[in-house]
Write a protein that binds this ligand. Sequence first.
Ligand SMILES: [Zn+2]
Length: 247
Amino acid sequence: MNARAFAGCLALTLGIAAPAPAQDYPGVPVLMYHKVNAVVPRDAVGRDLTVTPDRFEAQLRYLREHGIRTITAAQLAQSLARGERPAHAVVLTFDDGYDDAATTALPLLKKYGAVGTFYVSAGFVGTPRHLDWKQIRALAAAGSEVACHGTFHRDLTTLDAAGQRFEAGHCVQTFGRYLARFKAVTYAYPAGQYDATTVATLRRLGIIAAFTEHPGVVRSLTAAYELPRRRIRHDDDVAAFAALATP
Ligand SMILES: [Zn+2]
């Protein structure tokens, strides 16, 4: 077992050994974005996945005004694994590695002293409309987490074990090659799909927590590979956002 795998197993063990959440622990909402962009697609799906910079900034302002801090998914998972219970916090996740993460979301995150977790499919890095390695390094340098969202964004449940190993493992290896000090801690399933083979695959890679699109907030690592996220939609105003950002 190499050092990284050992660290993963150790963290996993700690996660299982961590105390169950106190009854009154509200937990941490994990919010899911895709695009932060002033250009809103006309098709219904693309539109729903796009939050305008104005709206995004209003959301960050809401968090600041209400004393809600942002933490990364890795920080959340590692805190819970240590038996801590982060409070007054949210995790902002951004799926699919669009380049507006660096051009639009990052400057606003910096302005508000906030961080995000960017789930990127390694096979699309540097392709049109997607982040390149320089931009990904800038996200990481600003304190955000960059983590895997598959290699080619395949629905893992449609693949056999070898296919799943490639999709997840190749992404982790590629990030390790291109990013200094990269450690795979969390993962987001493309399309939210996973099965028992997926969980075993991620565990072997040292990943300690993975996100679905199940509803709810994160209160423990009891189901660490089936953690919930709340989707932020184009039409969500500040009141709708406030409800989603509150456990
Ligand atoms: Zn995706």
